[in-house]
Design a protein around this ligand. Sequence first.
Ligand code: IPM
Ligand code: MN
Length: 372
Amino acid sequence: MGGVSAGDVSAGEVSADGKRLPGQTRTHVVTHLPGDGVGPEVTEVAKACLDTVAGRHGFGIEWRRCDLGGKHYLATGEVLPDPVLAELRTSDAILLGAVGTPEVPPGVLERGLLLRLRFELDLYINLRPSKLRPGVGGAVGKHSLEDLDFVIVRENTEGLYAGAGGTVHRGSHFETATEESLNTWAGVRRCVQYAAGLAAGRSGRLTLVHKTNVLTHAGDLWHRVAKDVAAEAGVELSYAHVDAACLWMVDDPARFDVIVTDNLFGDIISDLGAALTGGLGYAASGNLNPDRTGPSVFEPVHGSAPDIAGKGLANPAGAVLSSALMLTHLGEDAAAADLDAAVDAVLAAGAPASTGEWEKALLAQLGQVGGT
Ligand code: IPM
Ligand code: MN
């Protein structure tokens, strides 16, 4: 749609119902980037839930809106214009639905929008909880809720995603394509430091997942840094090769509490974690800038799902749980806990079949029957 230019990241409505409650002391500026496919559907539910818990916990959300993604690209040729990026930098957080439409060639939005946001905003942590919730069988069916509750801390700005490499002799039989994994001491260290801090606040157990027996250069750097950082933080470090980690995630997930790993391994094992905990519909993610030099980006992992878009069938739980991660990042722990608990309560009563049913059930749980 060409209607709203990406240049119009405008200060918008205050909260969905426009109300400010007495005693409200804080306002968080959140840019809503609905994107494509089911992205707008699931983030509308998340917004309604966020406004509800904000009202109950005495803070406000000032919503801005930014239209980027596949539809926007097809209409305008814009992926992420510099002035839009500059505007995005001024929010406290970004809630992203999903981007991607079948007509846009692979890589355009992934590299040009998602990865560019990660790099430009220095979102060096990708936080991906894998938690089995009540009533969700999960792919294996034999795990208890206590046994399957771990968090993957994925390095988010380096590794094979950094963009190093290239192609020579394209089109000939000698065409050569390389992708290089970049691992800096500082980049690995800050990632492991974040993971160790998280582990210290949970069970005190941190697992490095890598492939040190084959990727000896990067693996050695990661392992040395992880040992140093774990010792400094006073957490217990264990190590698993990525292939064995996949097996244990399925067979004995209680081994894991906080996993720290590189960018591509984290991408892959977090989808396995999603499968184990009910599927991509429940998977949440936070792309974090822990140093807070810019806004962090929160998005469900499921993508734009064009096959079910517009049918009211999308599961908004991933978007709501991503919003809970956002609230935690914004320092609103009690409100975040409410969102998390509301998802569990809805699931315990039997997972709703449609986006609308989900919204009704969530808002009822949050104490506001009937929606906004
Ligand atoms: C994810 C996605 C992205 C990634 C793609 C869309 C670039 O798979 O967030 O997990 O690989 O990081
Ligand atoms: Mn992925």
